[in-house]
Design a protein around this ligand. Structure first.
Ligand SMILES: NC(=O)c1ccc[n+]([C@@H]2O[C@H](COP(=O)([O-])OP(=O)(O)OC[C@H]3O[C@@H](n4cnc5c(N)ncnc54)[C@H](OP(=O)(O)O)[C@@H]3O)[C@@H](O)[C@H]2O)c1
Length: 162
């Protein structure tokens, strides 16, 4: 299973329920990677999407512990186990964990590949992803050339569980 995220130098991912920054090429890479696949997200991340709506052209799984919560166009799962069962019909390489912090924490043990947009900047943040550079179980397998968006530098990285 895959994890996909944009992180800053401290592996921060968000603040106040929002992304830290929106980089068009990153949004495009996210779309290219996930269209036609299954995406797993937390209820708070779904609510942060445009219009609070599920992502088009993807099978959306949303985690919530609220038994009354439902979303048109998404499968709501009440636990990690329920979400894993719901994606059991997909090839594992066609499943993407897309955040936020709590969902990354819950699903990281089930992921073997991480697509990370690494942004060379430090933001004020209140949500983070586990730092894969400091985790000996993971290795940086591939990194793109550095790209820029205005004065921001970033690369696309692929990490693999050893
Ligand atoms: N940089 C990136 O790539 C990226 C990507 C995605 C999100 N983000 C950021 O991440 C932040 C949000 O992260 P977050 O941790 O606050 O929220 P989150 O992970 O999106 O959602 C948390 C919610 O998911 C549900 N949940 C979590 N674990 C569950 C479990 N085991 N079983 C059932 N339901 C479960 C709960 O919903 P209920 O409260 O309804 O029970 C919980 O409140 C935002 O700032 C967002 O912008 C960044």
């Amino acid at each position: 299973m895959n994890l996909i995220a944009a992180v800053d130098r401290n592996w921060a991912i968000g603040r106040g329920g929002r992304l830290l920054v929106s980089i068009p090429a990153d949004k495009q890479a996210f779309r290219d990677g996930t269209v036609g696949k299954a995406v797993i997200m937390g209820r708070k991340t779904l609510e942060s999407l445009p219009g609070g709506q599920p992502l088009h052209k993807r099978t959306n799984l949303v985690l919530s512990r609220d038994p009354h919560y439902s979303v048109k166009g998404a499968v709501v799962c009440r636990s990690v186990e329920e979400a894993l069962a719901a994606v059991s019909g997909f090839k594992t390489e066609d499943v993407y964990v897309i955040g936020g912090q709590e969902i990354y924490e819950n699903f990281l043990p089930h992921c073997d590949t991480a697509y990370i947009t690494w942004i060379d900047y430090v933001y004020e943040a209140d949500a983070h992803l586990h730092n894969l550079d400091r985790d000996p179980a993971w290795t940086l397998e591939q990194e793109s050339e550095e790209a820029t968006y205005f004065n921001l530098c970033y690369t696309f990285r692929r990490y693999r569980r050893k």
